[in-house]
Design a protein around this ligand. Structure first.
Ligand SMILES: Nc1ncnc2c1ncn2[C@@H]1O[C@H](COP(=O)(O)OP(=O)(O)O)[C@@H](O)[C@H]1O
Ligand SMILES: [Mg+2]
Length: 389
């Protein structure tokens, strides 16, 4: 759990904080809701930052640390991305893109564009982003390396197989999603009948295979790891489910994670560092770092782990986890003594060390007319540029 080596930052680096958000952000609408109208006592604020605001916060924190950083919304438009990379080439892309055209499977393809342009970017390479998007395949790889993960089956259709082979209770998760999509209080089922009733519903909503996993009843840990040589574990977060509303299993469901209008969002708490003995902490660290290496994670990642009888079981690998200030990865970083802007700076420096292997791609302009202000207007497409900025 020791520190990564701090290197002096090249404060002149131009950092493009890239995200992809189209349409209205639901959190914006939430601002009109008066917390007093809720039918329960909210523990946390219900007015939370939008994706765009979070990315602006990251750019601002990097500017505070001395970088020339700006946030840029990809807006599902590859030409828009190409224009910014060609005309105003950043030194480092801070990659916060999780979807393209609403498809989490395209996350890796976007990182592939940065590789083709030979621009260093934060976080994992396309291979890892792609692998971890396939939960079942990742679990098979982890098992092959001797890393424990809950016993599971992948179902291609909504029928309970005759020879099922798993011990109830089990949890049903869409196999290609993340961020708890498709996981709610009905996802934990206790017998064939309940499973059979739930499957058609999730298959209808998510047109993809389902991962059925044995439910691990022990503590849940979110374990952040960062660095490359060597990777290091940050103080893990433990979830406190002791105040869960009646009928909600002790899981981080979609509502618990994202919906401030739902009571369960206010009843799941975090404890950092997790309350583990030194021995168990060491075991968790060993498994987390091994998993990070096996999945070829780079710069930073978060492993979701549950303990059964003090043995860590890896639920999944998040190579592009939430970096909102004060939560998840950043809660652990803060606990280890790294301020938000310092933790972000370290991640930028890790990426910056991966210098492009050759000269910039033809047609790209290293960092001209960088910041602040609109993109330079090209003679060929003046009207489009005027529109996008
Ligand atoms: N096998 C399991 N046993 C107990 N809880 C689980 C299990 N799998 C998932 N969960 C719960 O569901 C949540 C979401 O599942 P996870 O595998 O992390 O997928 P994702 O976060 O990508 O949607 C976890 O944070 C955990 O609370
Ligand atoms: Mg998870």
């Amino acid at each position: 759990m020791s520190d990564t080596t701090q290197k002096p930052a090249d404060k002149k680096l131009r950092v493009l904080v890239l995200f992809n958000q189209v349409g209205e952000d639901w959190y914006e609408k939430l601002r009109q809701v008066d917390p007093k109208t809720l039918k329960f006592e909210p523990e946390y604020p219900i007015h939370v930052p939008t994706v765009a605001e979070e990315c602006e916060d990251i750019a601002r924190a990097l500017r505070r640390a001395g970088y020339r950083a700006r946030a840029y919304n990809l807006q599902n438009d590859l030409r828009r991305l190409e224009r910014v990379l060609r005309r105003s080439r950043p030194d480092v892309i801070f990659n916060l893109v999780e979807f393209f055209h609403d498809d989490a499977g395209m996350e890796a393809a976007v990182a592939g564009v940065f590789d083709l342009y030979q621009i260093p970017y934060t976080g994992s390479a396309p291979f890892t982003l792609e692998l971890c998007q396939r939960k079942g395949l990742t679990k098979r790889v982890l098992l092959d390396y001797g890393i424990a993960t809950p016993r599971f089956k992948i179902l291609e259709e909504p029928a309970v197989p005759a020879k099922f082979g798993l011990a109830y209770p089990v949890i049903v998760k869409p196999a290609w999603e993340d961020a708890s999509a498709g996981v709610d209080e009905r996802s934990v089922v206790y017998n064939d009948e309940q499973l059979g009733a739930w499957l058609p519903h999730v298959f209808r909503e998510f047109d993809q295979p389902m991962l059925i996993e044995e439910f691990i009843d022990g503590p849940e840990l979110h374990v952040s790891v960062w660095g490359n040589d060597p990777p290091l574990m940050l103080p893990p977060i433990e979830f406190d489910f002791s105040e869960m509303p009646e009928g909600h299993p002790p899981i981080v469901s979609y509502q618990a994670k994202w919906d401030p209008l739902s009571e369960v969002y206010h009843r799941v708490h975090t404890i950092c560092p997790a309350r583990l003995s030194k021995r168990v902490m060491r075991k968790v660290e060993e498994v987390a770092i091994h998993t990070y290496e096996v999945a070829e994670c780079r710069d930073y990642a978060r492993l979701d782990i549950r303990l059964k009888g003090n043995k860590p079981y890896v639920l999944e690998v998040n190579p592009n986890p939430d970096l909102t200030e004060g939560v998840s990865f950043m809660e652990s970083a803060e606990r280890a003594g790294h301020s938000f802007s310092e933790a972000l700076s370290r991640i930028v420096e890790m990426a910056a060390e991966r210098k492009p292997q050759s000269t910039p791609a033809p047609g790209t302009t290293p960092g001209q007319d960088w910041i602040p202000g609109p993109l330079p207007t090209a003679g060929t497409e003046p009207s489009e540029d005027a529109r996008e900025e």
